[in-house]
Design a binder for this molecule. Structure first.
Ligand code: 13P
Length: 266
């Protein structure tokens, strides 16, 4: 049976583009997609700008009723108060965001974001009516030891442990092996599929088949238009979380078109 999950092509801009560059990018991307008669009903395209650009993206999307979606790259675990520099889930939701990336390996590395903090971020995002994109994935060392599947499954399990079925069904998981991020060393389609399937099977064992079938599982790590089609042809890979290649509107448009075309055949 073909997958009911709508593929998601998500561009994580990380700390790139100010609000003027973001505005220009969105207009260019939408123009390219429109020119290609892109069918947003069959493939979702989402952007993850910096906090400082979210308002500009919202204004564009709402004014022109653009079909792209967008979200933030991180969130505070608290709702309000004396937390200098933090941004709450409600603030993000009020800017029309659908998603928040949670637990990206760069956040885990450069900020004190441990499993407990990531659990709280997931809860904050869900409570504000958005969907978390939970990033998991092994480092080179875990891969060398051959424990990459257990590691990624364990990271998902640690975060979903106390969620109910309804909350778990709202999750999106991004399998992003750390060694593949920004290195040009992309995982093979088979290893992305193995990880996505292991994560999906484990969600099924915990929350039931309905949740396992609903959760979209993305691959991230050196995705480009050269490897995207092969990757998304895999049955459990539902899209991408893209860094470097998402800073080029033409490249992102090409990846989105490949994702739509290839996943239509699954
Ligand atoms: P690259 O696509 O640049 O490898 O980055 C992947 C990533 O970290 C997306 O969140």
């Amino acid at each position: 049976m073909p997958s009911q999950r709508r593929p998601l092509v998500a561009g994580n801009w990380k700390m790139n583009f100010d609000h003027l560059e973001a505005t220009y990018f969105v207009q260019k991307l939408v123009w390219l997609l429109r020119d290609a008669h892109f069918d947003f009903k069959r493939c979702e395209v989402a952007l993850f700008p910096s906090f400082t650009s979210l308002r500009s993206v919202q204004v564009l999307v709402e004014a022109d009723k653009l079909k792209i979606t967008y979200g933030a790259q991180s969130v505070s675990v608290t709702t309000q108060g004396a937390f200098t520099g933090d941004v709450s889930a409600d603030m993000i939701a009020h800017l029309g965001c659908s998603y928040v990336i949670v637990g990206h390996s760069e956040r885990r590395k450069y900020h004190p974001e441990d499993d407990a903090n990531i659990v709280d971020q997931v809860r904050a995002v869900l409570a504000a009516g958005m969907q978390p994109i939970l990033c998991v994935g092994e480092s080179f060392e875990e891969r060398r030891q051959g424990i990459e599947l257990d590691f990624a499954v364990g990271q998902v399990r640690d975060v979903t442990r106390d969620l109910n079925d309804e909350q778990a069904a709202k999750l999106i998981v991004a399998y992003e092996p750390v060694w593949a991020i920004g290195t040009g060393m992309v995982a093979t389609p088979q290893s992305a599929q193995d990880a996505a399937k292991a994560i999906r099977d484990d969600l099924g064992a915990t929350f039931g088949q309905g949740v396992a079938d609903a959760v979209r599982i993305l691959y991230g790590g050196s995705v480009t238009s050269k490897n995207a089609a092969e990757m998304i042809a895999e049955p459990d890979v539902d899209g991408f979380l893209i860094g470097g290649a998402a800073l080029d509107a033409e490249e992102l448009c090409t990846i989105a078109r490949l994702a739509l075309k290839t996943s239509a055949r699954k």
